[in-house]
Design a binder for this molecule. Sequence first.
Ligand code: SF4
Ligand code: MG
Length: 313
Amino acid sequence: APTLVQRVGAALGRARPPATVHAVSDVSLEIAQGEVLGLVGESGCGKSTLARMAAGIQLASSGQALYRGQPVAVQRGTRVHKSTRQVQMIFQDPYASLNPRHRVERIVGEGAFVHGLIDKPGLRDYVCDCMLRAGIDPAYRLRYPHQFSGGQRQRIGVARALAMQPEFLVCDEAVAALDVSIQAQVLNLFMQLRQDFSLTYLFVSHDLGVVRHLSDRVAVMYLGRLVELAPAEDIFARANHPYTRALLDNMLTLDARRRRFRAIQGEIPSPLDPPSGCAFHPRCPHALPRCKQETPQPQRIAPGHFSACHLNG
Ligand code: SF4
Ligand code: MG
């Protein structure tokens, strides 16, 4: 069987007149079939943009996302039938992504029906099965989104994605809006589904602690660039990049509610006017003179471990 390769490339532009924000520059990631890639960074670092691009929700000004070597179809408005069915997205705010005027039955079943995965007579059973797998009682299928808790709404989003028989799930801060105890349940659900359906994940979070338990590899972004990429155990045992190390220190010293990365020295610069050279230099405790001038390129420092920092020579 061909290897599933999800490649997300380069130079996304978000037109925001009069300035153009390059949310993501020179980022290229490949995700292997069955892999969970965690993507972390502070808010505004471009990880959501990258996720939306990977899922075909957002178009890039240049660069593209490939799924099994084919461009991921960009979904425009309600033209669900044009999207790449195998790639589905789970959003941070399930409420905003669920049509408040539709019953759960329709929310979960519509895409599968439009894509011809199920016919009208089989639709009800199909929806019930997807709801069960996502951990929601199918007896609630005639309810509306507002009649559910935050955690249940996220499960409805999962059921809707499962109905599309996906192979690749892009999760953007999928548990960030949930209470810590509910977070663990939803993360367990993702891992169960990974096993049951051999799913591949791009799992985006600002929280290294969330990513830790489910990722095979971790990618760290700062101001639109990839600064470190490594097997998860290497990120947590021997992070190389000063930014990654700052995130880790922060994770270890702050409790979950305060874990917002704000403890890292200095403000996050505006992506409209990123610092010269290494964009992290105004906040980096190890900055060298050349860090202000030269942008460090990713270097391989160990098998599968890449870091973009001048300290590596
Ligand atoms: Fe710090 Fe320089 Fe490395 Fe950037 S390149 S992380 S400023 S040492
Ligand atoms: Mg975001």
